[in-house]
Design a protein around this ligand. Sequence first.
Ligand code: TRP
Length: 344
Amino acid sequence: MTEQKRKRVFSGIQPSGDLTIGNYIGAIRQWVQHQHEFNALYCVVDLHAITAGHDPASLAAKTREVAAIYIACGIDPAQSIIFAQSHVTAHAELGWLLTCVTPIGWLQRMTQFKDKAAKQDAANVSNGLLSYPVLMAADILLYHTEAVPVGDDQKQHLELTRDIAQRFNHMYGEIFTIPEVMLPLEGARVMGLDNPLTKMSKSEKTQYHAVHLLDNPDQIRKSVMRAVTDSGSLVTFSNDPERAGVNNLLTIYQALVGGTQADVEAYFVGKSYGDLKKAVAEVVAETLKPIQARYAEITADETYLNEILASGADRARELAAPTLQSVYQNMGFLPVKQLQQVKL
Ligand code: TRP
């Protein structure tokens, strides 16, 4: 496939909390599988990580950690652009410009905003939490992104991105490409081990909620062995909310081992929930072992990661600049070029 024909893809993860096998199975793994078919940008969305309070002492380290995890999981920096969002100022600039074409009502309707705002003290809910999806739209639209691989919890934000792009194009001229959502493979939605009715979250602080990508085998085993199941004994997939725990463990197993649901069920015939947990703990640990080894190598050499992030940001800046330029121009701003011709 020629450079030009490859689809432009953009995705990102916030450098907050500790990345989990949910991030791996539901997102990063897909990015790795498809990176050769796409012209992809994988961003560490650090500007998004400050919308609900953050720790300034750990933001930089977390940003490096997420970038190193992308690479450790198999994102090839020679193929895909890996960078930190704050290093390409066009994101924040376009974010503001799009904020001014986005009706507040559209943002107030976002379920993620409503959920997150409800969990906070109302007096502390930042404008950033509300405007979060506009910045996400800027991330995507800056690069004329055609496809965005995200979990289904981000589908609504993607639809909003499309609406913002269309509204802008209508008001100021056709600049933006309308992106498509690219949902992960069937069954790639990993739920919390301690509460299989909610999505596994990297920000959830309860112990044994998740397996984190940097957990050691002992931690992995402990979390999986404590996973919530039910009072039954049949190791089969199920849509019954009562059996969501077992279904989740089987989903993780299938995602990492492969095969059909029938294959997986056949393997566990006559086995107990305890056997299932042991098998899941083992396959998760085996999957993470090479990733963690690679992570250790990457982080042992600070300059390696610095170089990747620096060149990723350079390449992203180059791609973003003309889009931002056209947006300023179409919105009627005084061109900075006119000033550069002035002799002082
Ligand atoms: N909101 C996304 C999430 O929480 C992260 C994100 C920010 C993103 N900007 C993006 C994802 C652009 C895809 C494209 O998962």
